[in-house]
Design a protein around this ligand. Structure first.
Ligand SMILES: [Zn+2]
Length: 82
């Protein structure tokens, strides 16, 4: 892996944890324009992040739809575990 690619892949994964500075975003954009490998890597990461986001939203909805009775049952099981 080229040095620039290493830096870019690091920035790419960091971009999910923090907001990149303008200079860093520019660096990524410029590099993506030249390097298909990093562009693909970034795209697949974004796709995965999107899927995780959907799963999380789905889980939240499931949680809301869970009947109170079921919640109580889960709670009583958890209580016994203690
Ligand atoms: Zn690259």
């Amino acid at each position: 892996m080229k040095h620039a690619c290493k830096r870019v892949s690091q920035l790419t994964s960091e971009s999910f944890d923090r907001d990149l500075s303008l200079a860093e975003k520019l660096q990524l954009k410029l590099h993506f324009a030249m390097c298909g490998l990093c562009r693909n890597y970034h795209q697949s990461l974004q796709t995965m992040a999107g899927i995780f986001e959907q799963i999380r939203e789905h889980d939240l909805k499931q949680d809301i739809q869970l009947p109170i009775e079921a919640k109580q049952r889960i709670q009583s099981v958890l209580e016994k575990e203690k």
